[in-house]
Design a protein around this ligand. Sequence first.
Ligand code: SF4
Length: 466
Amino acid sequence: MSGTAEILSEEQMAVQKQLMQEIASREDRPRTYHIVTYGCQMNAHDSELIAGMLEEMGLTPAEKREEADFVLFNTCCVRENAERRALGNVTWLNEVKKKRPDMMIAVCGCMVQEKGMAERIIRQYGFVDLAFGTSNLYRFPELFLKALHAEHVVVEVSDRNTVAEGLPARRARRDAAYISIMQGCNNFCTYCIVPYVRGRERSRKMEDILREAEELQAAGVQEVMLLGQNVNSYGAGTQASFPELLQRVDALGIPRIRFMTSHPKDLSDRLIEVMAQARHVLPQFHLPVQSGSDRILMRMNRHYTRAQYLERVQRLREAVPGIGLTTDLIVAFPGETEEDFADTMSLVDRVGYDSAFTFIYSPRVGTQAASFPDQIAPETAKVRIQALIALQEMRQREAMRRFLGTEEEVLVEGLSKRSERFVSGHGTHGVSVTLPGSSRDIGTIVKVRIEEIKNNTLLGSRQEET
Ligand code: SF4
């Protein structure tokens, strides 16, 4: 176990399990729940764990938040926008609660861990019943029970770096599942709030991860995604490493394995080697570059240069030909000059990503970069993001041409938005694919011949089923 992780004992977990049963047997408990999730896959998975606990407590899902007895907002604070949206929605729900006073409203996740947020919730959002941070997730049954009849909002935030095993999960999909392999981050990129709200890195034990993967495999899951803020440093300070974990998950025989996120500075030759040899790890890689300028990368505290990043891209492409590459990019980081921005543009042009998440820098109180004096004017940021998006879209269309005439194995996720006679999913390289089909195909892997590109989606015809 790495860092200052506190591994929760079986006894601690048993207490919470017992409380779930106790709540399930109570007459006065809420009957239905609805969870609103913001942010990344880690949050989406946390919501699955909370839904699992709620169902053990006897609650059933409600489709609409305004109809549910218990509504939980699982928040994100990586960008100011996400935070504003979450708080706006919490305020809106209070209007419903005024008509249905028994409704319980809860707020959890990264935003609650932010400095000063707990006090703000008490001060400004007194109608909220329960607010708890990421490290208290395993104590949800206990907190829920406390909030059931509390006069005031129950707030629980701590900076403990906990690792909890054995929480029930209600997975959003039956065919694909997240497996959290670690929590937290030690990197302190100067723009990022995550290390402050999710705590220090701590990895789960390899046996526990493998057991979870085996259980999912036995339940018929076709795809697993290994999740961590920086999976490349899984097991740091111990004998375990991410390449070894990936190799062992690959050996289980689950058809498709993905992972995210990888910090470029920790992307080792060994991991690239394992990917090249693996039978089930998909040929796709999310490698956030953030900027193409060495000067900005240094100010961001990213610990790699543009040349080192490009070298890793080249190594990946040599080892796994045709690999799908995606990235994250920030424009208008404090002090970004026209020249720095031009470096980002030229890097994007050179790599030719299959897709990119592009963001305007958003200052987060408490991070180093928020106090940098040379913040960029919003008008400049807007011009830059538009130019970057236009370039990325053009390069993306060009990159996608390599799939024309090839075959992709697609895990069908749902009916296409275009027509009920089509279904869509993601191919092995991570690109979205639409094909003829029906709801019967959902959750199956179909071989597709790619024939056309339309709006960043590949269109194709079915070959034989795999
Ligand atoms: S690696 Fe950097 S960007 Fe990613 S979570 Fe850690 S601090 Fe944030």
